[in-house]
Design a protein around this ligand. Structure first.
Ligand code: GLN
Length: 191
């Protein structure tokens, strides 16, 4: 039997991740409650607004259980706001911003400023695919100060980090699920 993938469905673009997983024929469910978490073998935290996702993780009593699952080795992938939620450090958090703090990296929110809020790019990630992957950046973060256990998977031409991995924790600044690309989902499923 194939392992069920959970997509955190409190806020943000969870449906687009579910659509890609359906296209890949992978069983997937929305995770909204602690009991949903018990049914999944891996978890995707989507993009959206990291401050809102943080608040809803607390009110839905998912923050601690998700952190515990990640520490036990459950593979988890955060895209954009989901990646911010994963970082141990946020360079510019909102006051009291709740996050999972499981990956030894710093997230810098809204790193592309106002002129360049959203853009499409092709990112070459040799570990993930032989061809560059089309992705969208939407008010995206970048990642900084990776710890020694963190492997950088992609940088922009200006060297800023936009994808990284620590064990089975994957973070990406961008949204591959919004271009229909499946390579990153396949890579995540292989972890
Ligand atoms: N700017 C958002 C934040 O800081 C993230 C945007 C996104 O997930 N596309 O949470």
């Amino acid at each position: 039997m194939k392992e069920t993938v959970g997509v955190l469905a409190l806020q943000g673009d969870f449906q687009e991740h579910l659509d890609i997983l359906a296209k890949l024929g992978v069983p997937a469910i929305q995770v909204r409650l602690p009991r949903d978490l018990e049914r999944v073998g891996r978890l995707i935290i989507p993009g959206g607004e990291s401050t809102t996702i943080g608040k809803l993780l607390v009110t839905s009593k998912l923050l601690q259980p998700i952190r515990a699952r990640i520490k036990k080795g459950t593979p988890v992938w955060g895209t954009c706001a989901g990646g911010i939620a994963m970082a141990k450090r946020i360079a510019d958090p909102e006051k009291g911003q709740a996050h999972l703090k499981v990956m030894d990296i710093t997230a810098r929110r809204n790193a592309f400023g106002r002129q360049l809020e959203s853009f499409e790019a092709k990112i070459f990630m040799p570990k993930v695919d032989r061809k560059p992957i089309p992705v969208l950046f939407i008010r995206a973060p970048v990642f900084e100060s990776p710890g020694k256990d963190v492997e950088v998977l992609a940088r922009l031409p200006d060297k800023r980090i936009v994808a990284a991995q620590q064990g089975k924790i994957l973070v990406t600044s961008f949204h591959p699920e919004l271009t229909g690309a499946t390579a990153l989902h396949q890579y995540f499923l292989s972890l």
